[in-house]
Ligand binder design. Sequence first.
Ligand SMILES: NC(=O)c1ccc[n+]([C@@H]2O[C@H](COP(=O)([O-])OP(=O)(O)OC[C@H]3O[C@@H](n4cnc5c(N)ncnc54)[C@H](O)[C@@H]3O)[C@@H](O)[C@H]2O)c1
Length: 438
Amino acid sequence: MSKICVIGTGYVGLVTGTCFADLGNDVTCLDVDENRIGNLKKGIMPIYEPGLEELVTRNVESGRLCFTTNYAEAVKGADFAFIAVGTPSGGDGEADLQYVRSAAESIADLVNDPIVVVNKSTVPVGTGDWVTEIITKRRAGKPLDFMVVSNPEFLREGSAINDFMFPDRVVLGSSKPEPANAVAQLYEPLRCPIMVTDIRTAEMIKYASNAFLATKISFINEIANMCEEMGANVSEVSRGMGYDHRIGTHFIDAGLGWGGSCFPKDVKALAHMAVLHGTHPQLLQAVIEINRNQRRRVVLKLRKALGSLDDKVIGILGISFKPNTDDIRDAPSLEVIHLLQNEGAVIQVYDPQAMENAKKEVKRVKFCENPYQVADGADALILATEWNEFKQIDFKKIHALMRQHIILDGRNLWNPELVRSQGFKYYDIGRGTNGETE
Ligand SMILES: NC(=O)c1ccc[n+]([C@@H]2O[C@H](COP(=O)([O-])OP(=O)(O)OC[C@H]3O[C@@H](n4cnc5c(N)ncnc54)[C@H](O)[C@@H]3O)[C@@H](O)[C@H]2O)c1
C-alpha cells in the first residue's frame, strides 16, 4: 500500500486516483476547483465516464479514496504526487504549461518528506527536467528529497477505467532506476509490459503515439475523399487494408475526423516543438490540414444538396467528440455547427451525454431532448457522433418529421441501402453515396 496524491481530478486524474485506490492504495485526489471537489465529496461526478461513479463510491466508502482542495493536506506523507492537470493549447499551438508549473510550485512549497513526483499530464519533451528545476530552485534554502518520473497516460475517454486497469503498456521515464522502479511497483498488479526509458523519450512516446493515431485517421480520410471522386468504397478499402497485420483494423475508419481533448492539441504541440527545434514537421502539418478540411467538406456537401443554407434547418445528432463521453473539447460537431451558422443555417442538436457541456459552448441553437425532436422540421440531418442509440434509429419516424429528406452520415454509421429505401437522399464519407434515393 502506498500513499498517493493525485493533482487534478479531470478525466485522467480522477480515473488514475480511483483505480490506484481500487488496487488498495491510500489516495487523495486534489483539485483547485472547489465546486468540482464539493460535488465529488457528495458523490457527484464532474465528468461522464462509464463505470466511474460506482468505482469512486466503492473506494470512498472503503476509506481508500478522498477529495480535497487543500494541498498541504493532500501531499502530507505522500510517497507519490501524480500531476494530472490540463495542458491545453496555447495561442501558437504550444502546450500551455501554466497548470503544471503551478502544481510543481505547490509541491515545492508544501512537501517536506521524500517524494516521487510523477508527471501524467501530456507535456512537451524536456518538461520533466523543467519541473525538476522549478522545484529545486524554489527549495534552494531547504532542499527537498524528490525525483521526477514521466508516466504518460494512454487511456481513452469512454473506456478509461478499462484502459487504466488493462493497459497495453506502462511507460516510465526516469533519470535513475530507483524512482522508476518505485512507480513500476504501483502498476505491478496490472501485469502489463512496463517500459522504462529516460524522461525525454517517455515524453516523446506519448506525443508520437497520438500523432500516429491522428495520422491514420487523416490518411483514411484523404483516401475517402479520393474514393468519392473515383467511385470506390472507403469502408471496403479499410477492411481490405485492415486484414494486413502490418496495418491493423484500428483508426482507419473514415469520418468527420479527429477531435477531443488530446489529438488536436497534442499534434499541434508536437508540430510546434518540432519547429522550435529546427525540424520541419511537414507530415504533421498535412495531418492537421486534412482534418480541418474534413469538417469543411460537410458544408460543401450540404450546399450541393440544399443550395443556399440560409434559413435551412439542420439537425445535428451527437456533439461529443466521440461516443461514451461528455467531452466536447475540439469536437468536429462544434466546427460544423459554427460553419453552418456562418451560412445562415438554423441548428438543432441532441447528444445523449454532452448537452450540459454544449450549452456552455454553443450559442443560438435549439437543444432537443431526443433525435426525433432534432429531425422535426429539419431540411437535413447530420450524424456527427456515432452513439449507440443512433444505430437503430426509427427512419420512418424521422422521415415523417423532416421537411426535406437529406441525411449526411458523418461517421458511416448507417447502411446506405437501408436509409435510401426509407426515401432519404443519403450522403456519407467516401462510400460512393451521392444523395441518390432508391
Ligand atoms: N482526457 C484524456 O483522454 C487524456 C488521455 C491521456 C492523457 N491526457 C492528458 O492528461 C492531462 C489531463 O487531462 P484531462 O483531460 O484529465 O484534463 P481536465 O481538463 O479534464 O482536468 C484537469 C483538472 O486539473 C485541475 N487543475 C488545474 N490546475 C491545477 C492545479 N494547479 N492544482 C490542482 N488541480 C489543478 C483542473 O481544475 C481540472 O479539474 C492533460 O495533459 C491531457 O493531455 C488526457
